[in-house]
Ligand binder design. Structure first.
Ligand SMILES: Nc1nc2c(c(=O)[nH]1)N[C@H]1C(S)=C(S)[C@@H](COP(=O)(O)O)O[C@H]1N2
Ligand SMILES: [Mo]
Length: 257
């Protein structure tokens, strides 16, 4: 995706409509059906939204409220649907904020996954060592906020196993991921500990091609596509939300499915 999301102007009507769209269900339906006003928004979100507050601030309050509701509803043991080989979308789409020929080229010989923050063992991981980890396979649906979805097959290490191996403090709130071309994403710990969250090395049983994030993609069938960093070069276990490429531009941070 290329376009920055439009933040509507100070026009109260369009602001309320936009804020309503950001609300999680069922609050959204209730809000849009009923008397949608800044007053009701304040009641619903518990944030003090005052007339004259900038549109951007108001939307930020509502989006944060949405994050809290989604995080509270997230069930760590509820599994996303899985599919069969025959369901795999071929060719699987490539997506990034640039064209494929501009995608990062990572040298496997010198690559190391950097580990930082609240972790006991910060030794960087070579690909040889990563590939020796026990691996799992999943065929799940990838959903992009731009309005397409596709079923793919991914293989890699279970993220919760990897975190245990490096002695990550899983009481920390987040992990911040950094990608080769500068894309970043912060993910919440409960999602990272979900049994389908994968440190992914392969697509369709072949080493991840450049298009799909060589050498590492974080794959989570419980989140929208833009929350799933490709070309990951470093991760930091932290209690600070360090944002992400698209959520910094107004997309909902949590973006659960
Ligand atoms: N490093 C990086 N990761 C990224 C992106 C990106 O531009 N750079 N785009 C995201 C978006 S919006 C989507 S939909 C998926 C696309 O993954 P795919 O190319 O494997 O389909 O990657 C996500 N991860
Ligand atoms: Mo996406």
């Amino acid at each position: 995706m290329r376009q920055r999301k439009d933040v509507p102007g100070v026009d109260a009507k369009s602001l309320i409509k936009e804020a309503g769209r950001l609300l999680p269900d069922p609050a959204r339906r209730q809000f849009l059906r009923g008397a949608a006003s800044l007053g009701t928004l304040t009641l619903l979100t518990g944030c003090e939204i005052i007339d004259g507050d900038s549109a951007e601030n108001t939307l930020r309050y509502v989006s944060r409220f949405n994050d809290r509701v989604q995080a509270a509803l997230f069930n760590r043991s509820k599994l996303a649907p899985t599919y069969t080989e025959a369901d795999i979308t071929r060719p699987f789409p490539f997506n990034a904020y640039y064209d494929l020929d501009e995608a990062p080229v990572v040298d496997p010989a010198t690559y190391k996954l950097g580990i930082a923050g609240l972790v006991q063992d910060k030794t960087p991981w070579t690909l040889e060592r990563l590939y020796a980890l026990p691996q799992l396979s999943q065929i799940t649906r990838h959903v992009c906020v731009e309005g397409w979805s596709a079923i793919g097959s991914w293989q890699g290490a279970l993220m919760s196993d990897f975190l245990q191996r490096i002695g990550a403090d899983t009481r920390a709130r987040y992990i911040h991921f950094i990608c080769a071309e500068g894309y970043t994403e912060t993910l919440d710990m409960p999602t990272l500990l979900h049994p389908q969250t994968q440190l992914t090395f392969k697509f369709d049983n072949e080493i991840l091609p450049r298009a799909y994030g060589f050498p590492i993609k974080i794959r989570m069938p419980t989140k929208l596509g833009f929350k799933q960093p490709k070309y990951v070069v470093a991760m930091e276990v932290t209690n600070q939300d360090k944002g992400g490429y698209w959520s910094n531009q107004g997309y909902n941070w949590y973006s659960g499915l």
